[in-house]
Ligand binder design. Structure first.
Ligand code: NAD
Length: 360
């Protein structure tokens, strides 16, 4: 099979491509605009493989998409291209509306026209898998508000209540995908996943930002009290789940994906500090990296808690994460310690260190 993967040069898309090339016989076309978040270096380990092709393109560019579909004739679309950083969406929502909504619409239309012309066998087998986030659901009760808060989880039936321009743009794209299924019978699937972490994560996001700042003896910025709860999933576990959904999932279905790893942001940062104390003890006067933690003004509209009920994908597709938070975060810290040149090259790009941008 030929997979067309949008956003394949990003954090999760590159993990999906490495997974498919390394573990299956399928081919991959990586379609990516290469925004500040796209980095082909994430794919160096597989880029010479005969089953891998890269096409630089914007998902808003209809004629370029038509040309790529005509040339490569894909069987499965996995749509990950997006503007993904909540803080950037608050500073300037326009790119988020353009790529996440207009881009998804354009891709749906080009893919539908292509699918309509396929012969019956290929038409039946064709899939459009839209990759989305748990942030579309808004936030859940927090333990500081009620004693039974932790019993509440996002399921596939939770209604949408997005809080940020980012999550509202992702919610809009989910609605478009469902409408294309219902109206045109276009064979779509949707996944909504919790926060990912792991290798190749762009250093504006919480976990890599904290690791790199700590190593340089800089402040570790935490929004508000740091009591916001997220459900963390190791990126390679997500990539594995996405491949299962794209190839074995039932058309028209939605699957929630999560790691059952609810942690407050403060717990995450403290855990990273403990691992760094052990693996990269600081030679200066610093007693512990945790002494670098500083609290900064909270993000407007900040969701307080996300947590996923991943029962459905577990039961129906026999998926469960391989990593616990403890094993995954240790692997992640080690990866950043061993790949500081990658970090420097990424940081020399478009990233502003002075901005306390944290995706949490
Ligand atoms: P990312 O920002 O690391 O990567 C996004 C990729 O999309 C980049 O390579 C970028 O160049 C590309 N891109 C952006 N605009 C484009 C356009 N107009 N045309 C073509 N390519 C474009 O994002 P990520 O963290 O890898 O997230 C991938 C997807 O997964 C997104 O749809 C995101 O909403 C979703 N998601 C992310 C998380 C997470 O924790 N990171 C969790 C759940 C869902």
């Amino acid at each position: 099979m030929k997979f067309l993967i949008t956003g394949g040069a990003g954090f999760i898309g590159s993990a999906v491509i490495r997974h498919i090339i390394n573990n299956t016989d399928n081919s991959v076309i990586n379609l990516d605009k290469l925004t500040y978040a796209g980095n082909l270096e994430n794919l160096l380990s597989i880029s010479n493989n005969d089953r891998y092709t890269f096409e630089q393109a914007d998902i808003c560019d209809r004629s370029r998409l038509e040309q790529i579909f005509k040339q490569h004739k894909p069987d499965i679309i996995m749509h990950l291209a997006a503007e993904s950083h909540v803080d950037r969406s608050i500073d300037g929502p326009s790119e988020f509306i353009q790529t996440n909504i207009v881009g998804t619409y354009t891709l749906l239309e080009v893919a539908r026209a292509y699918w309509n012309e396929l012969d019956n066998g290929r038409k039946q087998a064709f899939r459009f898998h839209h990759i989305s986030t748990d942030e579309v659901f808004g936030d859940l009760p927090h333990p500081s508000d009620s004693t039974n808060a932790l019993e509440h989880l996002f399921t596939e039936n939770t209604s949408y209540e997005p809080s940020s321009p980012y999550s509202a743009s992702k919610a809009s794209s989910d609605h478009l995908v469902r409408a294309w299924l219902r109206t045109y019978g276009f064979p779509t699937l949707i996944t909504n996943c919790s926060n990912n972490y792991g290798p190749y994560h762009f250093p504006e996001k919480l976990i890599p930002l904290v690791i790199l700042n700590a190593l340089e003896g800089k402040d570790l910025p935490i929004y508000g009290q740091g009591d916001q709860i997220r459900d963390w999933l190791y990126v390679e576990d997500h990539a594995h789940a996405l491949y299962k959904v794209a190839t074995k999932g039932k058309v028209g279905e939605t699957y929630n994906i999560g790691g059952h790893n609810e942690k407050t942001n403060l717990q995450v940062v403290q855990t990273i500090c403990e691992i760094l104390n052990e693996l990269a003890p600081n030679s200066s006067d610093l007693v512990s990296y945790a002494s670098l933690i500083t609290h900064v003004t909270d993000r407007p509209g900040h969701d307080r808690r996300y947590a996923i009920d991943a029962t459905k994908i577990g039961k129906e597709l026999n998926w469960k994460p391989a990593e616990t938070f403890e094993s995954g975060i240790r692997k992640t810290v080690l990866w950043y310690l061993n790949n500081q040149q990658w970090c420097q090259r990424v940081l020399n790009g478009n990233y502003r260190r002075d901005r306390l941008g944290v995706k949490i």
